[in-house]
Write a new protein. Sequence first.
Length: 410
Amino acid sequence: MKLLQVDTVAQAREKLKQALQGQEVKTLRIPVGEALGKVLAEDVYAAEDVPGFDRSTVDGYAVRSADTSGASESLPTFLEITGEVEMGGAPAHGIGPGECMYIPTGGMLPLGADAVVMVEYCELFSDTEAAVYTSVPSGGNIVRRGDDLRKGEPALLKGTALRPQEIGLLSALGRQTVETVKPWGITIISTGDELIPSDGEMSPGKVRDINTHCLQAAARKAGLEIRGSYVLRDERELLRRTVQEAMEESDIVAVSGGSSKGRKDETASVISELAGGELLTQGLALKPGKPTILGYDGATETILLGLPGHPAAAMIVFQLLIGWLWEDRSGQRPSWPVPASLTVNIPAAPGRAVCQMVRLVADGDGTRKAVPVFGRSGLISTLTEADGYIMIPENKEGLKKGETVDVFLL
């Protein structure tokens, strides 16, 4: 009986990187309004100062800070009101000593003013006179021109995954389009005679398809685009034909199920055939996740991935390999783990890494605890109860209670 020659996760990652070494990272210019979740393929510089003028951060009165020196509830300062700043326009005039102007939040500071007194600390004695009951320092309650960004400064760097706040910043800079890394397209295939659609009628021996939906969601979360999804019977020719057709329009074809040494499992031979007769990886030194297969077809520049059939194992391997590879290739900053203290001992046999699901709970002192979620890799509830996972390296015989561990969020 021939045993599988398994790779560590690090070895499998390196093989993937080497396979894609000559592959061009494609870019796509898209409207800023469609860029949420996309990855920048260019550095973005401020073409102008942001904000473009000194502005108030509160409703109040624009003043010369020196005029408010010593003002208090018992000894207010009286200032002449010379006008009002209109939103969306420049002040009609500046202010001089002993003068002030009403200004709304976001209004442009008049010439001569260097601070704003909040309206709560002012009292009108007439239409032209206000009493100020507090002093305010120079720069108080205002944002100076260029405080956010100076013209020519880098605003966003290449490799930034665009969140709502980055979309807002691009809009503040007046950008209408942005150069992004073109997302990989992925086709997801679930195999198994036992599988029925999620809305199918149950019968003895059948299970509802989980992996197609889980992996589609994981791919979208990572920033990939779904090109197709299929649920197939355990028939080699059907699988080969479906994978081959998917390779013409996908950067990744992921097949879940059919990756172990079962009698009807043909994923490995199909991937090997379509990858030119050679597999990158045939098994991971990982629990769960050992029955993982990797291949690469240089002609179509397609990654071929055989995933375990168990939902938890499939999700973990997808994140460890494809999620990691997309971050690396698109130039994103790595996803940083969350440190936490382990609540129990976790034994492990050396020779393979162990991926352990955990739940994060807050301790009374503000620190985090990692509570293991024990369950089989075939149970979807193992994933839903977990916030993330910890990795026990292949050279360690477990982890001890109280040990600080890195939790990778799901």
